[in-house]
Design a protein around this ligand. Structure first.
Ligand code: NAD
Ligand code: WQD
Length: 340
């Protein structure tokens, strides 16, 4: 089938495009390049050895989006496009709600007009707030304390309401835990603009010499080594989860919206990630333990059982693979896509 991938030149979108092509789907990539680069397309074409159809458009441009649906016979949409920084969302809430909510509503309107009703949405573990227990299951209470998280919760609600109004839609809400790693080719990976907010890109930029030292936020948490615990998941495993969800749509009539965690089910601490990265790359990561980062969740990891049961998806790559692949990407592209 032909899949429209919004945000398809972004970090997770680009890896998902490759897995869709590997599974013999046709793709149309739509992106406004606000947080990505045209070079990504060339890299994707090199990996897939095929031309990729690209639409340089903003989701909020209703007329442009209609043109895209007129031009291509789209059967399903995987919706990655949006803004994703928790901190920035607190200072720029209007931009966040506009991109993430208005963008999604316009997309849904156009999909409805063209009777395209297969929809996979990038949700996030951020919707669980601070969980009372782990592993986190999909039916845990939802809460969030920032506009980014709100935008994910609201979008989930909007999509649930669309399904209630018309159950011929097939909708998947995929809640990602902490995506890291890169494609094995070293050609595509995560390329944050400016200083990274997230742990893995920060570590890899210290390793490559772009940053001097990592600040580990908090060493006095109630965890075995005092640092926070996360469920790091290889971006290629995550990408494959989308292909599995599409397969599920083809084989089943949804009785409900499909809400699934995509994580490994294993929690590793910040120090465990640093140590593993050092071990597999043979690079020293200088770090200082500093004050806690306000708002951090202490322990977060998924129960991935429902995804395995429902769409037969399970993460395959381990923490060492994630570090090795991140390093291959970072060392081959020290400035991300910029220098190319
Ligand atoms: P990314 O920023 O690399 O990719 C998003 C892409 O969307 C970018 O290429 C950007 O240019 C594009 N975009 C943004 N607004 C747009 C608009 N209005 N119109 C068209 N294109 C637009 O981010 P990512 O890490 O690949 O994340 C993809 C999705 O997954 C996001 O929705 C994000 O919230 C969600 N998510 C990410 C993480 C993570 O840690 N990376 C975790 C959970 C959920
Ligand atoms: C992981 C751990 C930090 C940077 C964020 C978003 C979440 C989701 C994923 C989109 C924490 C510590 C980090 C650093 C550090 N994104 N850390 N030094 O906090 O789980 O989640 O990204 O949906 O919504 O909030 O990921 O990588 O920022 O942090 O010590 O320089 O690493 O304190 O314990 P997080 P992260």
């Amino acid at each position: 089938m032909t899949v429209l991938v919004t945000g398809g030149t972004g970090y997770i979108g680009s890896h998902t495009c490759i897995e869709l092509l590997n599974a013999n789907h046709d793709i149309v990539v739509l992106d406004n390049l606000s947080n990505s680069n045209r070079v990504v397309l060339e890299r994707m074409e090199k990996i897939a050895q095929t031309k990729i159809t690209f639409e340089n458009a903003d989701l909020r441009d209703h007329a442009a989006l209609e043109q895209v649906f007129k031009k291509h016979k789209i059967s399903a949409v995987i919706h990655f496009a949006g803004l994703k920084s928790v901190n920035e969302s607190i200072s720029e809430p209007i931009d966040y709600y506009d991109n993430n909510i208005s963008g999604t509503i316009i997309l849904c309107k156009v999909m409805q007009k063209f009777s395209v009703k297969k929809f996979i949405f990038s949700s996030s573990a951020v919707v669980y707030g601070n969980p009372e227990t782990v592993p986190i299951k999909e039916d845990f209470p939802l809460s969030t304390s920032n506009p980014y998280g709100q935008s994910k919760l609201m979008t989930e609600q909007i999509l649930n309401d669309i399904f209630i109004s018309d159950n011929s839609w097939q909708i998947a809400l995929l809640r990602y835990f902490n995506p890291v790693g890169a494609h094995k080719s070293g050609l595509i990976g995560e390329a944050p603009g400016g200083t990274p907010n997230n742990l893995m890109p920060y570590i890899s930029q210290v390793a490559v010499g772009k940053l001097d030292k990592l600040h580990v936020f908090g060493g006095d948490y109630d965890t075995p080594d005092g640092t926070c615990i996360r469920d790091f998941i290889h971006v290629v495993d995550l990408a494959k989860g989308h292909v599995k969800a599409l397969n599920y749509f083809e084989q089943n009539k949804n009785k409900d919206v499909l809400t699934l965690n995509l994580g490994t089910g294993i929690g590793y601490s910040v120090l465990e990630l640093i140590n593993t990265f050092q071990k597999v790359t043979d690079h020293n990561i200088a770090y200082d333990i500093v004050a806690r980062r306000p708002g951090d969740i202490v322990i977060s990891y998924a129960s991935p059982e429902l995804a395995e049961k429902t769409i037969s998806w399970k993460a395959e790559e381990n923490l060492e693979d994630m570090c090795r692949d991140t390093w291959r990407w970072q060392s081959q592209n020290p400035s991300g896509y910029e220098a190319t």
